[in-house]
Design a protein around this ligand. Sequence first.
Ligand code: ADP
Ligand code: MG
Length: 341
Amino acid sequence: MLGRLTLRHFRCFEQFETEFAPGMNFIVGPNARGKTSLLEAACILLRLQSPRITQLARVVQHGRRGFVTDGWHGTRHLQFYFGTERKKLALDSVEQTNAKEWLQIARVVWFGNDDIELVRGAAEKRRRFLDFVAMQRDAGYRASLRSFEHALRSRNHLLKQPSQRWREIAAFDQPLIEHGNYVSDARGKLIAELQCESDPAHHAISGTRESLRLEYAQGDGGDFAATLAAAQREDARLRQTTTGPHRDDAHFFLNDIIADDASEGQQRTLVLALKLGAARLMERHFGEAPLLLLDDIFGELDPQRRNALLAALPENSQRIITTTHLDWMPDAGDARVLRLG
Ligand SMILES: Nc1ncnc2c1ncn2[C@@H]1O[C@H](COP(=O)(O)OP(=O)(O)O)[C@@H](O)[C@H]1O
Ligand SMILES: [Mg+2]
C-alpha cells in the first residue's frame, strides 16, 4: 500500500508531506486546495502518468523547473523527479535506466467526476482509458503502444511533405503493423475481460437486471496489413494514415441498446461499473487490489448508488477519496481523514 508521500513544486504545492493508511482515506477541503492534485500525485508516483493530462510539464508548479514525487509503497521507496530538461527515477535509492521494474510495483484505478465522458465524449477518451488499464494489465503494452505511436507520427510526417516519397513512407508500414497488431490484440482481450467483470459490477451498483455489454470497434477493420495497403490512395490524398488502432473505439450497450442515449444516471452507473471492472480484473490477475483513487464523485450520486458503490469497492483495497465535506458519509469509522485548507 501507499504510505508516506512527499511532494515538491507539484501544482499548488510548494512542499507537502502526508501519510496514507491502509483501507479508507479521505482528503477533505474546500475547492482549489489541492485535493485532486494530491490524488494525481499518488497516480503519477506509481504509474508515471496523470489521469488528467498527457503532458506532465503542466503539473510543474508555475515558475519552477521540475517537480518531485517521493513516496513509499510497502517497503519500496520511489523517487521521481520530472523536469522540463530531464527525468530521474530512483527505486530504493538506485537510479533506474528504464521504468520496467517501477511499473510492476503497483496498479491504480482512477474514478473522476468527468468519467461520464467515457460514454459521451470522443473515442480518444475511451482509448486513453483502455490504454491506461492495458499498460497495467500487460507489461509489454506500453512499449508496443509507444513504438506504434512513433511509427505513426513518422509516417504521417512523411505523408504531409509536399512530395510524398513512398519508399520512405512504406518503410514504416512494417513496424506500424507489427506494433499495431499487438495493441489491437491486447485491447480486444482487455475489452473481453472488462465485460466479464463490469457486468456483475453493474448489477451490484444499479440494482437492476440490465445487462452491460462492451464491444470493440477496431480502427483497422481486423486485418491491419490489408486495410493499410488498401488505404494507400486515401492516405496520400488526406496526407495521414487513415486506418489503424489510432482509430479504435469501444461501444457500450445496456440491454443491447447503445448507451449513447441512456439517461445521465444510467451513464454514470455504467462508467462506475467499468472502473470497478478494471479494479476487479487487476485484483484477479495480480492477486492484489489496485489503489483506488476516487476524485469527488460522491456528490453526484444518490444515496442508494453511493452506498452500493462503497460496498462494491474491493474490500482489501486501499482507497483515497476526495470530497468537499463528509456529511454524506454516515460513519467514517477508522478511516484516515486529511483536511486541506
Ligand atoms: N502547475 C500549477 N502550478 C501552480 N498551481 C497550480 C498548477 N496547476 C494547478 N494549480 C492550482 O492548484 C490549485 C488546486 O487545484 P485542485 O487540486 O484541482 O484543487 P481541488 O481538487 O482541491 O479543488 C488550483 O487553484 C489550481 O489553480
Ligand atoms: Mg478537485
